[in-house]
Design a protein around this ligand. Structure first.
Ligand code: GLU
Length: 441
């Protein structure tokens, strides 16, 4: 098996899924996994993109047994293969007489075409079944460019043959190039790999995921605090599912369950809500210490919305048990606790709209200000004072609490309000926020 990315962009979820499926197949069959960097497009390759491939494979736990090989360093092998095809009359120099045949030396500045025989190539794809292609559709295709570089199909086929690749698992977008790779491999006397073309990833509108439209870079998922095991578990289910239907499970079990022939043909929906759900399950499975460690970079980040001198780690730590059930991503911790560290927490617009629309919000804030000015500053006393004030206005507990919560925390939803508010904010601070909100109404 091999993962053969072209480092022309940051690793995206589609490539990661391809890498993972090759790895799962290797690990479930005892095969070897090869990493081959297809860096032959000099104009688009950047070293940091190759580094990112290593980094994200490691992050996801995808290791390899051989490589990394760099396709750019195999130019000599590619040239020899082309020369062999020329010598055997299976290829010819372009811009020259079609009669120019065997024994021709490759000369600089000349492109080489494969001499496609008449007939049909049938690919027995593990996932798609038999795909037959009439050679008339292929024509005599270029395998060597006049600038002295191999084309994708030539390099890909030669490398697969030289590296003893038995199974090529890759994206469906490459299917159209497969008959040419098979013809080249066979003309070189090699056995082409068994191909398995994975279904494309699609978005909610069933459109192919695109870099422009959709969030596809692994980096952005990692930055938001998706845990690597959750991500890997989710990626494994894009086009495949275990026969027993259990979706969230350790990678060791996924390896055991994985069958390449169980991969579907239909486009695989990249479902962010499902990925977030998976991530929430993995977050809740962390021990309190591990969760604290995982959240610390978000809480201590210079990009956090509070001034760093106001951040109190012991307060954040006390909040974690109150919010962990709701966390879907690690960065989701920030809006749960920002109101405890920001002097003026940002007021969420939709939440403010709800206060403005809410009946009696102004009266409720007035009543809360009056009640909280005098009551003992203890969680239960404060809570009862707010509910009593609301009761006097004919508001139930949740209606009474809503404008107070938005005034103090900036949002309609969040962790339990009264206990952390009373423990971590001073009475004057709470009163100030209530008055500010009241004056805005
Ligand atoms: N280098 C190709 C790409 O990144 C993949 C080649 C293959 O898997 O056969 O699109």
């Amino acid at each position: 098996m091999r993962f053969a990315p072209s480092p022309t962009g940051y690793l995206h979820v589609g490539s990661a899924r391809t890498a993972l499926f090759n790895w799962l197949y290797a690990r479930s069959t005892g095969g070897a996994m090869v990493l081959r960097i297809e860096d032959t497009d000099d104009s688009r390759n950047r070293p940091e993109l190759t580094d990112a491939i290593f980094e994200y494979l490691e992050w996801l736990g995808i290791d390899y047994d051989e490589g990394p090989h760099y396709q750019s360093q195999r130019r000599g092998c590619h040239r020899e293969a082309v020369q062999q095809l020329l010598d055997d009359g299976r290829a010819f120099l372009c811009d020259a007489d079609d009669n120019e045949l065997a024994g021709t030396e490759m000369t600089a500045g000349r492109a080489v075409r494969f001499r496609t025989p008449e007939g049909t190539t049938v690919i027995d794809d593990v996932i798609r079944g038999e795909v037959a292609v009439d050679h008339a559709q292929l024509g005599d295709f270029v395998i060597w460019r006049s600038d002295g570089s191999p084309t994708f199909v030539l390099a890909n086929a030669v490398d697969d043959a030289d590296m003893g690749i038995t199974h090529a698992i890759r994206g469906e977008d490459l299917l159209s190039s497969t008959p040419r790779a098979v013809l080249v491999a066979e003309a070189l006397g090699a056995t082409p790999p068994v191909y398995a073309h994975l279904p494309l990833l699609v978005n909610e509108q069933r459109k192919k995921l695109s870099k422009r439209r959709d969030d596809v870079s692994l980096e952005s998922y990692r930055r938001r605090g998706f845990l690597a095991p959750a991500m890997a578990n989710y990626l494994a289910l894009l086009g495949w599912g275990p026969r027993d239907g259990v979706e969230i499970r350790p990678m060791a079990e996924i390896i055991e369950q994985f069958r390449l022939e169980d991969v579907n043909k239909a486009g695989a929906f990249f479902d962010l809500a499902k990925l977030e759900h998976f991530n929430g399950v993995y977050i809740r499975a962390l021990s309190p210490g591990d969760l604290l460690d995982a959240l610390a970079p978000y809480l201590e980040s210079a990009e956090a919305p509070w001034p760093s001198e106001r951040y109190r780690p012991e307060v954040a730590e006390q909040m974690i048990p109150l919010v962990r059930e709701k966390l879907r991503t690690l960065d989701g911790i920030v809006p749960q606790v920002d109101w405890l560290f920001c002097p003026d927490p940002p007021i969420d617009e939709a939440s403010w709209e709800a206060v403005v629309r809410g009946k009696a919000s102004a009266e409720m804030l007035d009543a809360a200000i009056a009640a909280l000015a005098g009551c003992p500053w203890a969680p239960n006393a404060v809570k009862e004072a707010v509910f009593a004030a609301g009761g006097a206005l004919g508001l139930n507990r949740s209606k009474a609490q809503a404008p107070v919560r938005v005034a103090v925390t900036g949002r309609t939803v969040g962790p339990p309000l009264f206990e952390p508010m009373v423990q971590h904010l001073a009475r004057q601070e709470v009163l100030r926020r209530l008055r500010t909100a009241r004056s805005r109404l």
